[in-house]
Design a protein around this ligand. Sequence first.
Ligand code: SF4
Ligand code: SF4
Length: 132
Amino acid sequence: MNRADPQKPSTWRPYKSGLCEGCWAGCCTLPLETSAYDLIRLGVITEDEAASSLRKVAKKLSKEGIIQSYHANNGLFIIEQRVNGDCIFLDEKTRLCTVYEKRPEVCRTFPKIGPRPGHCPAGKAQTRKGST
Ligand code: SF4
Ligand code: SF4
């Protein structure tokens, strides 16, 4: 199976059970939107920090290289990506999520909810993936 282009949902394939097995984790190269709750669950901020000031949270996480931006209008934080587009929580060799139990809500609902619901940039990897 060839890789679809994660940046072009029109090239994505219909998702079906078992497709994640052996996939290169194309969905983990899409911009990852997280809420303050997601960040608390990930363990990168505390509840007190979130209640105090989300702008301060954004400043701290940006400095630590965890987020690339914060959108005050909707309270969402965009998780930092590597140069190749990978989420920083994706293991580069195994293509597995390193924070699977604590992963953000959008990772739990994709591809049911996403740029093209019910479709994803599935494709074979050299290594195994099974994170969504
Ligand atoms: S949901 Fe993600 S890991 Fe699963 S097949 Fe689609 S792109 Fe691959
Ligand atoms: S948190 Fe895990 S499942 Fe979510 S995009 Fe990053 S590597 Fe993928």
